[in-house]
Each structure stands twice: as C-alpha cells, then as structure tokens.
Design a binder for this molecule. Structure first.
Ligand code: NAP
Ligand code: GLV
Length: 310
C-alpha cells in the first residue's frame, strides 16, 4: 500500500515523507511526483494539490488534507467525485489559533498600532482604552477553531459573540445562527474574527455590505481564507474609516504578490499564513493515526463533509 505526499514546496514534501515513513511502517510513503505505480496508491496526503494530481490514482481510498480546511482539495476540478476527504485538526492547531486570535484581538483592543506610531514620534501618548467587557468581539465560524477562539476571548473578558450555520451553545458567548442571525451578530461588533471555512456560501462574505453593518471603526482579523475578503471593499472601508485596522493572515494569492497594496497599507498587518500551521511532528502523528483508523474502519472523526465543503 502506497501513500503519496504532495506540498507545493519540495523540501516540505520531503519533510512530511520522512515523518510519515517512520509512523507508517510497512507502507511505502512517496513524494507524489515520484510514484511509479499509481494503482498502488491508497492515500494522498496533500496541501494545495495541482489539478489532476488526485485523479492519477484509480484505487485511492481517501485524500488527507494537511490542514483543517479542505477547500484547497475541492479546488481541483478533476477531483474524483465522492472521494472521502480527511482533514487534519488537533490540539496544537487549536492552541496556535487561540494564541494568534488572542494576540491580534488584544492588539486591536489596546490600539497597539497607534502606540507604536506614537513611540516612533517620541510622543507620550497615554491613552485610556475601554476594558474588555465593554468591547464587543465577534467570531464567525464556531467549529474546532472558532469555538476555541471564542472561549479564549470570553475568558479574557470580552463581550463575545459567535456566529455559525446551525447555532451552538458556548458558555459565556452569545451565539447567533444562519443568514437570519447575521445582522444581529454584526450590529455593534467592534472586532471581527473570521474562522469560517471557504465554501460557495462564504466566498466574499467580508464585503462592503458586511463591513457597513459593523460598529464604525471596527477591526478585522481574518485567519481563515483570503477569498473570504473582497480586497477592494476592505481597502475602501479602511479609506472611509468604517474599518479602522485589519490583521490578515490569508490572501487570494499566496505568497501575497509584492505589488499588492496590503503589504504597505498603514492600517493592515500582514502575516504569511502562519496563524496556525500544522507541523510535521504532531501533525504527522495525527495523519498517520487517521490513515490507520480509516483503513480499518472506513471512517474517522476528521472525515469532512465534502458536499457541504468543510
Ligand atoms: P470547522 O470545524 O469545519 O467549523 C466550521 C464552522 O463554520 C462551523 O461552526 C460551521 O457551522 C461554520 N460555517 C460553515 N459554513 C457556514 C455558513 N455558510 N454560515 C455560517 N457558518 C458557517 O472548521 P475549523 O477547523 O474551525 O476551521 C475553520 C477554517 O479555518 C478552515 O476551514 C480553514 O480555512 C481556516 N484555517 C486557517 C488556518 C491559518 O493558519 N490561517 C489554520 C487552520 C484553519 P456549523 O457548526 O453549523 O456547521
Ligand atoms: C490551514 O490553513 C489549515 O487549513 O489548516
């Protein structure tokens, strides 16, 4: 039984092949491009596969996403229909996202960009900011990562809201559900964190209309996917002041092109899709475990619902 591995960077593919080879004794783990017997491949472990990569393997049992999102797998127009997709989750992924969200929400809450500008001007700018309970923060998406982020923010004392498709009870978090709940969720929201999966329904959701329904001068933290944001709408909301600042970890095109206006925008913080990366240590253990479970039972907890898109 062969496991084929593909990531866009060759050295990363090698890294994952080495880790998975140790954890899956008795299986052949190969870089996808080095596979000589496509019929023997049962699992494809991938991040951003190229069009047609998966369709090469006629006896594939499942695709494993090296990530919580499966949008990068579904983007392959030649993906065989009905192929199971296993995502990768886990404690480290959640922990890293909690840290990222806490860092950037607190940074907006305490107006660190303004403090740093004041320091550059040697200006003793002793501002008083509201305390967290008087700051309304909203988290879009209440799955593994969004729910953990919302709990972290509530734990810091923020007036925390959460929005999801079907609704969810989270102690200390005011929750809203579906399209009908979106207006109430957004109204008065001062810091918005996006942790939705990228699907046909959520593509472009962070647009002019949504920005206009937030509290004036709101801040945005997007740590889900770049295409959730309509870039031109964000730039114009920043120009008008409806949005004051944004932290963006993910982009339509990654790496973010050097001539993209986000790089040098004074109100935008760019991070290079590092909010919560899966590392080949713990990540490979989770993937190997999922492959073993799926191989014997035909299912596993991290099986995504490909028809739903997440
Ligand atoms: P998840 O467990 O699949 O949860 C998704 C959540 O979004 C669920 O609460 C779901 O609602 C909600 N949702 C889906 N479609 C919706 C819609 N149309 N309207 C309202 N709510 C909707 O996902 P996760 O593991 O938390 O990950 C979320 C995303 O984070 C991933 O898909 C990935 O894109 C991104 N991510 C980014 C990084 C990074 O480093 N930047 C790292 C990991 C993941 P229900 O509960 O009702 O189903
Ligand atoms: C990273 O972006 C992931 O989907 O895990």
């Amino acid at each position: 039984m062969t496991v084929a591995v593909y990531l866009p960077l060759e050295e990363k593919t090698r890294w994952w092949v080495d880790q998975l080879s140790e954890l899956l004794p008795g299986r052949n783990v190969w870089p996808l491009d080095a596979v000589t017997d496509p019929e023997a491949v049962r699992y494809a472990v991938v991040w951003r596969p190229r069009t047609g990569d998966i369709a090469r393997f006629p006896n594939l049992r499942a695709v494993v996403s090296i990530g919580a999102g499966i949008d990068h797998v579904l983007a392959d127009e030649e993906l065989p229909s009905g192929i199971p997709i296993i995502r990768t989750t886990g404690r480290d992924l959640t922990q890293r996202m909690r840290e990222y969200v806490a860092l950037h929400v607190l940074r907006h809450h305490r107006d660190m960009p303004r403090q740093l500008r004041a320091q550059a001007e040697k200006d003793w700018h002793a501002i008083v900011v509201p305390v967290a309970p008087s700051r309304t923060v909203g988290v879009m998406g209440l799955g593994n990562l969004g729910a953990a982020a919302a709990k972290t923010l509530a734990g810091l004392g923020f007036a925390t809201r959460g929005w999801s498709r079907s609704g969810r009870d989270i102690p200390g978090v005011e929750t809203f559900a579906g399209a009908d709940g979106l207006d109430d969720f957004l109204a008065g929201c001062e810091i918005l964190v996006n942790l939705l999966p990228l699907t046909g329904e959520t593509h472009g959701i962070l647009d002019e209309s949504l920005f206009g329904r937030l509290a004036p001068g709101a801040c945005i933290v997007n740590c889900a996917r770049g295409p959730h944001v309509v870039d031109d709408d964000l730039l114009s909301a920043l120009r008008s002041g409806q949005v004051k600042q944004a932290t963006l970890d993910v982009f339509h095109q990654e790496p973010l092109p050097v001539d993209h206006p986000f790089w040098s925008h004074p109100a935008i913080t760019v991070t290079p899709h590092v909010a919560s990366q899966i590392d080949p240590g713990t990540g490979a253990r989770l993937i190997a475990e999922n492959i073993k479970i799926f191989d014997t039972t035909g299912t596993c907890e991290d099986l995504a619902d490909a028809a739903r898109g997440y």
